[in-house]
Design a protein. Structure first.
Lengths: 363, 499
């Protein structure tokens, strides 16, 4: 064949090669990283947890498709196949009480996808992390349902609800019996402290929720096993999907003040391990604070973002009215992200920090 | 790289799959002289050359056929003997395919060298300015693709007092291997050219930077350089865009070139190894730059490899010689895949800066639909200048070009790393090129308006001055007349008195 007759349909801008990165693949990798903690959640809290997860993802995708259709999908606001809505739904499901009724998941998906993301202009345009926005909106609107933590009933156990009972729980036909709910460690500590009891006394009473590294505890569907979440986070770090600054910032920002406060006043302040092993700190550090869209674009910016989110989490948990503060803290830092990105910029090669050309040296 | 280094040094650039083999390992083939050559008058940076021949004139190989026009320009020579068939427009080797002035040479098949060429046995005995002069006379331009007239770079380096000559043997663009091949095959000639350039620029040392993915080239150059003090070969990590001036100088000398300045600001001048070879041949043999080694590569090329092609040969002829194309290319590219230009068709000529002709298949071209930016900041990590491409693009999309300018748009070297890594396939380079072009056009319009305003002001000032002068002259005349009248009157009265 000869090139004589060759005529391009159009000409192309350089570069004429691509590294192969795809939005869809990135989203898939994050979902993959969530699998271990999610499976553990299914095992720990049984069929209802699985149904809630499935429904939340389903509704997230449905709302995404509807929104994109309504806005006349041009690809600029996201595409139904990019997996971003599924990821948002998944992250939301991870933070919900595992035996929540179906409408919690559906409403959460609506808030996350429609109000949290598409109203802002779709993929890449939202200021706040959609899953966290939904979680906070639900928590504020339905505080009772959103703090109904069930005690772990591993699937292998005899008293775990079966497939059909699980379905009925998710569909709201069987109310969650009071006997099966328990406070989270953070909630328990907050209640006892507000009653004027010291922590030593509160924990000595024997009603304290257990604290364990494997994550067998009452809590949200996907937040309990810090080790499995960490494993997912390490996977994301190793595959270069996320960078280390935000997770390190969150953990340091929360755990350093927690340790110091615990040393100074152990009666009124939980230790670092309790902060780490209870609530959403680990999930927030590796999966929420690392959200590209709503966190700063520079390494230094991400570190500031993480430290801020971590510190605020500890402050809210310690001083605030809510026992848990990760979602609030991250939303607050989301709002600061444009500001951080405006002031924290890398030094351009050949220029000083203020933007003036550097002076030639070594002549 | 150690772990600590990996964590704390800022990474820049990308590591694209290089596709350099097997093309790099195939022996060089010399393309037969085509029947007609299309010699663009604008194949260097700066003003186009001015034809120095007439249609119908017979020329010998190496004879000058176009003169440089202005200080930044280059002469053009006949790549073979023949007759000037026409001087007119041909489609430019540019995505636009817009016409460009060219001299069309009909080869006579004898390929006779001109007798006027002057060889030189002892070039190091020549005055440095004489070397620059001869390099200019040979029409040598930067062979890496920038095509800046080399003589000008040599003489201005001397004036600026540069101390270090950095030789670019990086060849960081994927697919291309012509510099690699040249260093393997012509190491002695390159080193000779480097020594001549040292002499011409007055630089004390030369450092040849070669990416470590070219072990054969490194070995050949090391061998050739062994006898010469002042010239060193330094392997550098293979990473795109290592061959970019700022990156290469910083990697080899540790010096950071100020924004908007030339490397001379830090005492360095950068030349391509291919240019060194052209300089050596221009001075030793008196041969002007009339052909070059270029890489023909890509998934659609029948027999990829490096080919010596005369300047002015059509891309389609070069492709046909390289075994033809096996399928309709998804993209036809002149230059490397990262910074080369996409060609609308193959009926456009090879120019002095053509380092490669690539016929890419669909998988290599990786054409994809633009999606939404997810702010992953991969582009910011890849940018070798440490710009924030995502923010610049956002401003440009919002038609805030000034905003992009404040973020460092002018420092962008259009290397393409950002677009290469973008998972949303956003054509970032296109955004930046558009913005730079629009801003330049605005600048020109403003300058024009300013010039017009100045001219208008000068005219009204001149008219006012003329009127004022006229009035002054008239007033002076009037005064003179009155003075004369008064004098006459006083004379009369004096006469009366004396009478």
């Amino acid at each position: 064949m000869n090139a004589d007759g060759y005529h391009a349909d159009r000409v192309f801008a350089s570069p004429h090669a691509h590294g192969g990165g795809e939005i869809r693949r990135t989203m898939l990798q994050v979902q993959l990283a969530l699998v271990p903690a999610t499976l553990f959640g299914f095992w720990l809290y049984g069929w209802p947890a699985f149904f809630l997860w499935l429904l939340t993802l389903f509704f997230a995708q449905i709302f995404e498709v509807i929104s994109l259709r309504l806005t006349g999908n041009t690809g600029q606001t996201g595409s139904p196949g990019d997996g971003s809505a599924l990821l948002t739904g998944w992250l939301l499901a991870m933070t919900l009480p595992p035996w929540s009724a179906w409408w919690i998941g559906a409403l959460g998906a609506f808030i996350a996808i429609v109000i949290g993301k598409q109203v802002f202009g779709g993929l890449g345009q939202n200021v706040f992390n959609p899953a966290m926005a939904a979680r906070v909106a639900l928590l504020v609107s339905f505080p009772l349902q959103l703090t109904a933590w069930v005690v772990p009933l591993p699937l292998s156990g005899l008293d775990a609800p079966g497939f059909l009972d699980g379905l009925r729980i998710t569909l709201g036909q069987i109310p969650v019996p009071d006997a099966m709910t328990s406070a989270s460690l953070l909630g328990y500590a907050k209640t006892e402290l507000s009653r004027g009891l010291g922590l030593a006394q509160a924990f000595a009473a024997g009603h304290a929720p257990q604290l364990s590294w494997p994550g067998v505890r009452a809590g949200s569907m996907g937040e309990s096993s810090v080790l499995l979440i960490l494993a997912g986070g390490v996977f994301l770090l190793a595959t270069d999907v996320i960078r280390w600054q935000a997770p390190l910032g969150v953990l340091a920002g929360a755990l350093i003040p927690a340790s110091i406060a615990h040393v100074i006043a152990p009666e009124t302040h939980l230790d670092a391990a309790s902060h780490l092993l209870s609530g959403a700190l680990m999930l927030g550090a590796f999966f929420i604070a690392t959200d590209y869209v709503t966190s700063p674009a520079t390494g230094a910016g991400r570190l500031i973002f993480g430290l801020g989110a971590g510190l605020l989490t500890w402050i809210i948990r310690t001083l605030g009215g809510y026992p848990e503060g990760v979602a609030f803290a991250i939303l607050f830092m989301n709002a600061l992200t444009p500001l951080i990105d405006r002031y924290v910029r890398p030094r351009i090669l050949g220029r000083t920090r203020s933007g003036q050309p550097i002076r030639g040296a070594g002549k | 790289m150690g772990l600590m280094e990996k964590i704390f040094t800022r990474s820049w650039g990308v590591h694209p799959r290089d596709y350099k083999h097997p093309a790099a390992d195939a022996p060089v083939r010399v393309m037969p002289m085509p029947e007609r050559l299309y010699l663009s008058l604008a194949q260097h940076l700066g003003a186009p050359a001015r034809p120095a021949v007439l249609v119908g004139q017979k020329v010998k190989k190496g004879e000058k056929i176009a003169d440089p026009q202005g200080p930044v320009s280059a002469a053009i020579h006949a790549p073979t003997s023949g007759v000037i068939a026409a001087i007119g427009e041909i489609p430019a080797p540019h995505p636009s395919g817009l016409p460009v002035q060219a001299i069309i040479l009909e080869a006579d098949g004898r390929d006779e060298w001109s007798e006027a060429l002057t060889a030189c046995d002892n070039p190091l005995g020549l005055a440095p300015d004489e070397i620059s002069y001869r390099v200019a006379a040979a029409g040598v331009v930067g062979m890496g693709g920038a095509t800046f007239p080399s003589a000008l770079k040599l003489s201005s380096s001397r004036k600026a007092g540069v101390t270090t000559l950095v030789m670019n043997g990086g060849e960081c663009e994927p697919y291309l291997s012509c510099d690699d091949r040249l260093m393997r095959d012509k190491a002695e000639t390159i080193i000779d050219g480097i020594r001549l350039m040292l002499h011409a620029t007055g630089a004390k040392e030369a450092i040849v930077g070669i990416e470590d993915n070219k072990p054969e080239a490194i070995a050949a150059m090391r061998k050739a350089v062994a006898a010469h003090a002042g010239v060193r070969v330094r392997p550098i990590p293979a990473r795109y865009p290592m061959g970019s001036e700022k990156q290469l100088v910083q990697t080899l000398t540790g010096r950071e070139i100020p924004a908007g300045a030339l490397p001379a600001e830090v005492g360095v001048v950068v030349h391509n190894v291919g240019t060194a070879r052209a300089v050596s041949e221009a001075i030793r043999l008196g041969r002007p730059l009339i052909s070059r080694l270029l890489t023909v590569n890509g998934g659609c090329v029948g027999a990829p490899g490096n080919i010596v092609a005369p300047v002015g040969a059509l891309v389609e002829e070069v492709l046909a010689f390289a075994g033809g194309i096996e399928a309709r290319p998804a993209r036809l590219v002149m230059g490397g895949p990262m910074m080369g230009v996409s060609l609308p068709h193959a009926r456009t000529p090879v120019i002095k800066g053509t380092s490669g002709i690539l016929a890419l298949n669909a998988a290599q071209a990786a054409d994809s639909r633009e999606e939404a930016c997810i702010r992953c900041a991969s582009c910011a990590r890849a940018c070798p200048i440490q710009l924030m491409p995502l923010d610049m693009a956002r401003h440009i999309r919002g038609d805030d070009l000034k905003g992009a300018l404040r973020l460092g748009l002018k420092d962008c070297i259009a290397c393409g790393c950002c677009a290469y890594v973008c998972p949303a396939h956003i054509p970032l380079v296109q955004y930046f090129t558009y913005a730079k072009g629009t801003l330049a056009a605005e600048d020109r319009a403003r300058q024009k308006a300013e010039a017009t305003r100045r001219l208008a002001a000068a005219r009204s000032e001149r008219l006012a001055r003329e009127a004022r002068e006229k009035a002054e002259i008239a007033a002076r005349r009037k005064a003179e007349r009155e003075a004369a009248k008064a004098a006459a009157a006083s004379a009369r009265s004096a006469g009366e008195m004396s009478a």
